[in-house]
Ligand binder design. Structure first.
Ligand SMILES: CC(=O)N[C@H]1[C@@H](OP(=O)(O)OP(=O)(O)OC[C@H]2O[C@@H](n3ccc(=O)[nH]c3=O)[C@H](O)[C@@H]2O)O[C@H](CO)[C@@H](O)[C@@H]1O
Ligand SMILES: C=C(OP(=O)(O)O)C(=O)O
Length: 420
C-alpha cells in the first residue's frame, strides 16, 4: 500500500491543469452501453475508478480501446453479451449501479449486485429502483442482487424524486433515452455533470431537455448511435487545488477550472479572505492575508458540495475564529476529523455539525486516509503543517485524483509517494 510523505510549510505557486471529471466520466463511460456503435470519450481522467468502470464494461461484453495509448481517449463499443454486474466490481465502486438503467433499456434485463453502504454513509439505491419501476421495470432483490426485467421494454412516465439524487437522476435519464414515449424527471439533480451527460447522450441521438434544471424531459428514441464527447473538467479537483493555494498562502492558476461550476465554493473561499478570479479558461486562486472562519452547510447543487467538505475542514482548521460545517448529504462524512485533530486541529463533532476552532498552526503526524476527499483534506493539512506528515492508505485518493504528487510538486510542494 502506497504512502505519501509530505513536508509542509511552503506556499504553492504555479499552474495546475485540471483533469476530466471523475463524476462525469464514470457515467459517460456507462453511456457506451446504450449503443453498439462507438462512443469516443476524450479528457478521460487516469484514475482507479475509471479503470474499474472499464473492467465492468468489458465484463458486459463491450470493447474499450485506448485510442492514444495514454488512457486519455477511450473508444467504447460492441454488443452486450452479459447483463450481470458482479459483487466484486460493484462493491469496489458504487457508481457501478449506473449500468442498471442502460442495461434495462437496451437488453430489457439486468442483474446488478446491490452496492451496500460505504465509508461515508449507508447510501441506499431505493430512488433508482422506484424510478425504474415507474418506467415499467419489474424488480426483485435476491441474494444481494437486483434482478430487473422489462419484458416489453421501458415506457416513459412522470417520475417525482423525493430527493434530488445525482445517481438516480443519471440512471433514469439514461434509461429513458430508449423508453417508449416521454419521461419527465421532477426534482432532478442539477449538478453540471447532468448537463455533460445529457449533452453526450443528445450527441448520440437522444432527445433530452432541461438537464441542469429541476425538471428534465426525455423523449424516447428507437436507438442511439456513436458520438464523440470531451469530458468536462473536474470541478471538485479544481476546488481541491483552490484549497491548496488557500491553506498554504500561495497563488495557483487552475487551467480548465471555472468559477461558474463552483459558485458556492468560490463564495466560501472569498468569505475566508481568499481571492478568486477567472482569467480566460483559468481560475486563479491566491491568498495574501489571514484566513477567516466561516459557516458552511453542504447541499445539493447549486449549494456547497459535500465533496468539498473535508477539504474546507482542513482550511478552516487554521482560520481565525470559529467555524461550523454542517453535513446534510451523507451521515458519516466526518472521518477526517480525528485525523486532523491528531495534527493539532481543534474540531468537535455534534451530530451532523462540526465546530472548528481555528489554531495558529498544524504539526505533521502519521495519518490515515479513510475515503477519497478525506484523503485530500489530510494532504492539505500536511502542506500547511510544520514537519513531516505520513499519509497511509493512499489508494482511497487514487480512486479519484490523477497525478497528485506530480501536480503539487510542480508548484513547490514537498511531497513524495513511497511504494511499499
Ligand atoms: C460517482 C458520483 O457521481 N458520486 C457523487 C454522487 O453520488 P450519489 O449519486 O451516490 O449521490 P446521491 O445524490 O444519489 O446521494 C445523496 C443522498 O441521497 C441518498 N439516496 C440516494 C439515492 C437513493 O436511491 N436513495 C437515497 O437515500 C444517499 O444515501 C445520500 O444520502 O453525488 C454525491 C452528492 O453530490 C457526491 O458526493 C458523489 O461524489
Ligand atoms: C463520494 C464520492 O464518490 P463516490 O460516489 O464514487 O463514492 C466523491 O467523489 O467524493
Amino acid at each position: 500500500m502506497d504512502r505519501f510523505i509530505i513536508h509542509g510549510g511552503r506556499p504553492l505557486h504555479g499552474e495546475i491543469v485540471i483533469g476530466g471529471a471523475k463524476n462525469a466520466g464514470l457515467k459517460l463511460l456507462v453511456a457506451g452501453l446504450l449503443t453498439p456503435e462507438r462512443l469516443i470519450l476524450s479528457n478521460v481522467p487516469r484514475i482507479a475508478d475509471i479503470a474499474t468502470m472499464r473492467a465492468l464494461l468489458v465484463q458486459h461484453g463491450l470493447s474499450v480501446e485506448d485510442v492514444k495509448g495514454d488512457g486519455s481517449t477511450l473508444s467504447i463499443g460492441g454488443d452486450i453479451t452479459n447483463t450481470e454486474a458482479p459483487y466484486d466490481i460493484v462493491s469496489k465502486m458504487r457508481a457501478s449501479i449506473l449500468v442498471l438503467g442502460p442495461l434495462l433499456a437496451r437488453c430489457h434485463r439486468a442483474r446488478v449486485s446491490l452496492p451496500g453502504g460505504c465509508a461515508i454513509g449507508t447510501r441506499p439505491v431505493d430512488l433508482h429502483l422506484k424510478g425504474l419501476e415507474t418506467l415499467g421495470a419489474e424488480i426483485t432483490l435476491e441474494n444481494g442482487y437486483i434482478n430487473a426485467v422489462a419484458p416489453h421494454g421501458l415506457k416513459g412516465e412522470r417520475i417525482i424524486l423525493p430527493f434530488a439524487s445525482v445517481g438516480a437522476t443519471e440512471n433514469l435519464m439514461m434509461a429513458a433515452t430508449l423508453a417508449k414515449g416521454r419521461t419527465e424527471i421532477i426534482n432532478a439533480a442539477r449538478e453540471p455533470e447532468m448537463v455533460d451527460l445529457a449533452n453526450c447522450l443528445n450527441a448520440m441521438g437522444a432527445r433530452i431537455h432541461g438537464a441542469g434544471s429541476g425538471t428534465i424531459t426525455i423523449e424516447g428514441v428507437e436507438a442511439l448511435h456513436g458520438a464523440e464527447h470531451r469530458i468536462m473538467p473536474d470541478r471538485i479537483e479544481c476546488g481541491t487545488y483552490a484549497c491548496a493555494a488557500a491553506i498554504t498562502g500561495g497563488d495557483l492558476r487552475l487551467v480548465g477550472g471555472h468559477v461558474d461550476h463552483l459558485g458556492a465554493v468560490v463564495r466560501a473561499l472569498e468569505e475566508t479572505g481568499v481571492e478568486v478570479s477567472q482569467e480566460g479558461d483559468t481560475m486563479r486562486v491566491r491568498r495574501t492575508g489571514a484566513l477567516r472562519g466561516i459557516d458552511i452547510m453542504t447541499e445539493p447543487y447549486p449549494g456547497f458540495p459535500t465533496d468539498m467538505q473535508a477539504q474546507f475542514m482542513a482550511l478552516l482548521s487554521v482560520a481565525e475564529g470559529a467555524s461550523m460545517i454542517t453535513e446534510t448529504i451523507f451521515e458519516n462524512r466526518f472521518m477526517h476529523v480525528p485525523e486532523l485533530n491528531r495534527m493539532g486541529a481543534r474540531i468537535n463533532v455534534h451530530g451532523s455539525s462540526a465546530i472548528i476552532r481555528g489554531v495558529h498552526g498544524l504539526s505533521g503526524a502519521p495519518v490515515m486516509a479513510t475515503d477519497l476527499r478525506a484523503s485530500f483534506s489530510l494532504i492539505l493539512a500536511g502542506l500547511a503543517a510544520h514537519g513531516e506528515t505520513i499519509l497511509s492508505r493512499v489508494y482511497h485518493l487514487d480512486r479519484g485524483y490523477e497525478a497528485v504528487e506530480r501536480k503539487l510538486a510542480a508548484c513547490g510542494a514537498q511531497i513524495e509517494r513511497v511504494r511499499d
